[in-house]
Design a protein around this ligand. Structure first.
Ligand code: PEP
Ligand code: MG
Length: 594
């Protein structure tokens, strides 16, 4: 058996085998705490300020290498540089060296703790975020002070990075050709680290508890991004097994990628558009590289998080115009801000809701904050002059909400017209179908808009009444629940009856086993994480509509999820034997591919 097998959240799939290389260790365990003689105080104060200056200089040099497309990384590095130059933190630490005779690293720790204590009681997520930035900056200075310096750029051979956390500044330094995978203690699926791993296309896990206790520099580790595991110091047999799986994965991904630029057309000539979901504009290259035919969901809220000020219309328009122009003539569907619930922006603070998922989020939040909404609408409209741009509103629950949102859009258009600013007057406007209420009145909603996009991630949680992040009830979160399938069918039929197009952009779209059912329903496009595109296109190209319609008819006649799962698996075994072989070769015997 391996020394230990740790688990985490897989944010990028694949298998990597290599030597562990630690960066950004949690240095707190090594923090020296002692007092110094009065005669040594001036020297210690100099050392403290030198450490601040060195870290600032290093960040300044990294900042210069930040490409234009990674503006958000650049802004965060700027924030960190400002904190390093601001004498507040270094001054408070200096005070502890001078008055209590503490060594510099300890003095800085006390200065940070003071700030944490002062701000800790404040619930405002903005303040909390800033405190995290203070911590990041102080950590870097402390690492310098205690000589535990580690350097991402010093990696000489291919390695698997282990870190407590990876900051945006670190990500700029990552040399993709030297890094085979990584694992961090901190971070979630939608964290910066997760997003970056997906766009780099290397296997990665986040949220790996006790990583630093069980793995040491130079340990042989296997990152299994398929099962969400790290195998530490594997046995010969485990190593052989994983080497084989890694080779199979490599062969399969290379093979499917070879054909990813071909259209997603079934055997019998039906076309479906395969689009990508992105969170950051810089993911565009990955989309095109993986054969994405456009952007079906741009989650615009990410550009609002992780920063001090709200983005201005100019800043947004710059970013949006770039995206529209790069993708043109391919389509880009902008989703208006889906803030609220767990995604708060600094200036608006936390709303203190008992049930935030059912609270003031998405379109509700925008309609309550029209200035914020209109700034974004104007920026999207401006981008529409440069490409094939559509707009959709999230979390729509009724006809009135659509009309209100469209009224703000009309106002934004009128303003731009008066100002002589170009925009596409016919920009298609759609809504996301994410609530059971919207499903039930899809027929009315279809009269109000140009297209629907079904957000199954939320639709499943709201229709089955199960929080998708709550592990106690995760067994109930079933994409193939009869209610989910009927809802999707109802929406597709209502859209087509009204003569509008319908897309699906929840995670269901990247599940190769669900896609034949969606095709059977006659969905017009599906939008997914860019890395899933080649595999999904391959499934579509091996399918014929007759089989898909037959499968759909059968699953709609089922009363239980397990019966539907069986039919879906039978279908896969019957029509996609190569996929079955592939998945079995990657997974352990006791795990099913779903
Ligand atoms: C969805 O709800 O399915 C969706 C695509 O939106 P998000 O995951 O951003 O909530
Ligand atoms: Mg959603």
């Amino acid at each position: 058996m391996a020394d230990i097998i740790l688990t985490g959240i897989s944010v990028a799939t694949g298998i990597a085998i290599g030597k562990a290389y630690f960066v950004n260790r949690n240095h707190q365990a090594h923090l020296p705490r002692h007092t110094i003689a009065a005669s040594l105080v001036p020297g210690e104060v100099d050392r403290l300020h030198e450490a601040f200056a060195t870290v600032e200089a290093e960040l300044a040099s990294i900042r210069k290498q930040v490409p234009d497309e990674l503006k958000s990384h650049g802004l965060l590095i700027d924030t960190h540089r400002t904190m390093l130059k601001d004498p507040k933190l270094s001054g408070a630490a200096e005070e502890y060296v001078r008055t209590l005779g503490l060594n510099a690293a300890w003095a800085l720790e006390k200065a940070v703790s003071d700030q944490e204590a002062a701000f800790g009681a404040i619930k405002d997520p903005y303040i909390r975020e800033r405190m995290q930035d203070v911590r990041v900056v102080a950590d870097k200075v402390q690492v310098k002070l205690i000589g535990l310096d580690n350097d991402l750029s010093a990696i000489s051979s291919r390695a698997i990075i282990m870190a407590h956390d990876l900051t945006p500044a670190d990500t700029v330094e990552l040399q993709v050709d030297k890094i085979m995978g990584f694992a961090t203690v901190r971070g979630g699926k939608t964290s910066h680290t997760g997003i970056m791993a997906r766009s780099l296309g290397i296997p990665a896990l986040v949220g790996v508890d006790k990583l630093e206790d069980h793995i040491h520099d130079g340990d042989l580790v296997i990152i299994d991004g398929l099962a969400g595991k790290i195998v530490v110091n594997p046995t010969e047999t485990e190593l052989e097994d994983y080497n084989e799986r890694a080779a199979n994965f490599e062969i399969y991904t290379r093979k499917i990628k070879r054909h990813c630029q071909l259209p997603a057309e079934t055997f019998d000539g039906s076309r479906v558009q395969v689009l990508a979901n992105i969170e950051l504009v810089e993911e565009v290259a990955t989309v095109i590289d993986n054969g994405g035919e456009g952007i079906g969901l741009y989650r615009t809220e990410y550009a609002y998080l992780n920063r001090i000020e709200l983005p201005t219309e100019e800043e947004l328009a710059d970013k949006y115009i770039d995206l529209a122009a790069i993708m043109s003539p391919r389509k880009v569907v902008f989703r208006s801000l889906d803030l609220g619930a767990d995604k708060f922006i600094a200036s608006y603070g936390e709303l203190n809701e008992t049930n935030p998922a059912m609270g003031l989020r998405a379109i509700r939040f925008c309609l309550k904050n029209p200035q914020l909404f209109k700034t974004q609408l104007r920026a999207i409209l401006r981008a529409s002059a440069y490409g094939n741009v559509s707009l959709m509103f999230p979390m729509i629950s009724g006809v009135k909400e659509v009309r209100q949102a469209k009224a703000w859009l009309a106002q934004a258009k009128a303003e731009l017209r008066r100002e002589g600013v170009q925009y596409d007057p016919d920009m298609p406007v759609g809504i996301m179908i994410e609530l059971p209420a919207a499903v039930m009145i899809a027929e009315y909603l279809a009269q109000e808009v140009d297209f629907f996009s079904i957000g199954t991630n939320d639709l499943i949680q709201y229709s089955i009444g199960v929080d998708r992040t709550n592990h106690h009830v995760s067994y109930l979160y079933q994409p193939l629940h009869p209610a989910t399938l009927r809802s999707i069918k109802l929406v597709v039929d209502a859209a087509h009856q009204a003569g509008i197009e319908v897309s699906l952009c929840g995670e269901v779209a990247s599940d190769p086993f669900c896609v034949p059912i969606l095709l059977g329903m006659g969905i017009d496009s599906i939008s997914m994480t860019p890395q899933a595109i080649p595999g999904i296109k391959r499934i579509i190209r091996q399918t014929n509509m007759h089989d898909c319609r037959k499968l759909l008819k059968d699953v709609l006649g089922c009363r239980t999820v397990s019966r539907i799962n069986n039919l879906v698996m039978d279908n896969i075994f019957k029509h996609f034997p190569e996929e079955v072989d592939f998945f079995s070769s990657l997974l352990e015997n006791d795990e099913s591919p779903t």
